[in-house]
Design a protein around this ligand. Sequence first.
Ligand code: NAI
Length: 325
Amino acid sequence: MLSPLRVAVTGAAGQIGYALLFRIASGQMFGPDQPVILHLIEVPVDKAMHALEGVVMELEDCAFPLLAGTVCTSDATEGFKEVNWACLVGSKPRGPGMERADLLKDNGKIFVGQGRAIDEHAAADCRVAVVGNPANTNAMIGAAQGERIPAERWTAMVRLDQNRAVGQLAKRAGVSVADVTDTYIFGNHSPTMFPAFGLAKIGNRPATEVLDGSYLQGEFLETVGKRGAAIIAARGASSAASAANALVDHVRGLVTPGKVQSVAVKSDGHYGFDPAVWAGLPVRTTETGYEVVEGLTLDAFAKEKIAATNAELVSERETVADLLP
Ligand code: NAI
């Protein structure tokens, strides 16, 4: 029997948390032989902590053989103590009339505190996956707070955008999602992100040969870019099950050597991104970590889109400059 992994989830009583925890505890994130201890972290507000108690009751009622324990807390030191993975889902939603700059700064402060706590208390091998928006910039802020956990271990989630892009290409082409490959998201998890359809393949043929260019440059980009808003309009709440599913894919992919998927990581200048921003890139998992897949050919249209999403990431970094050491 493997010893349990400690997995922290912030925002554990939120809607993504509710769709996520049961999948982690059932073994879908770390595999069918890997026990887990869930560290469930919420804000120190009675309503949230009570809701969390209810979630823990339901976890108990599932009698998951792989769930070796739960820790419920609003204290970051206790919450991140010795964790091997930190899934940072909790963040402050954008309120009515709130400027994006205020959202960036308010959430940035959360990630300053959590970044420090992770650096001080997490296990030496800790890896971090940021979901809470603005995810890329939050990951950059969190990674900047410490020295013990290398910045490369901080990732942000763009896998939902990848899955959305794959779903749309498969639907349009009338094929199974399994026939759609090489679909990667470049840039920010925001409407500026670029699903690089020029690299995608459908049934081993370039997507650009299977589907017409006006669809790919128009309706496809618009549908994927505005999918989050469309779900809010239809459901009256933001995407939760698909976001949780994407996080399961993101982490599972990062613990599966050879897997290639879109992950927002410190760019180091790849594909023209500013070296200090966290950008969605094609990433291959290795035995010891991951590497950015280099050498993919991008056309002028893709380069222009990447420049635009890079400009947004750089401007987000400038907005939160006072939160960076
Ligand atoms: P939610 O509002 O249902 O839940 C968020 C939870 O986080 C709440 O229970 C809240 O109390 C908690 N929270 C807030 N600040 C916290 C802190 N400092 N520490 C611990 N917990 C904290 O929101 P939902 O739907 O679960 O979404 C969570 C985040 O994920 C949002 O920022 C959302 O924009 C983002 N998101 C990101 C996606 C991506 O692809 N990267 C996709 C979908 C959502």
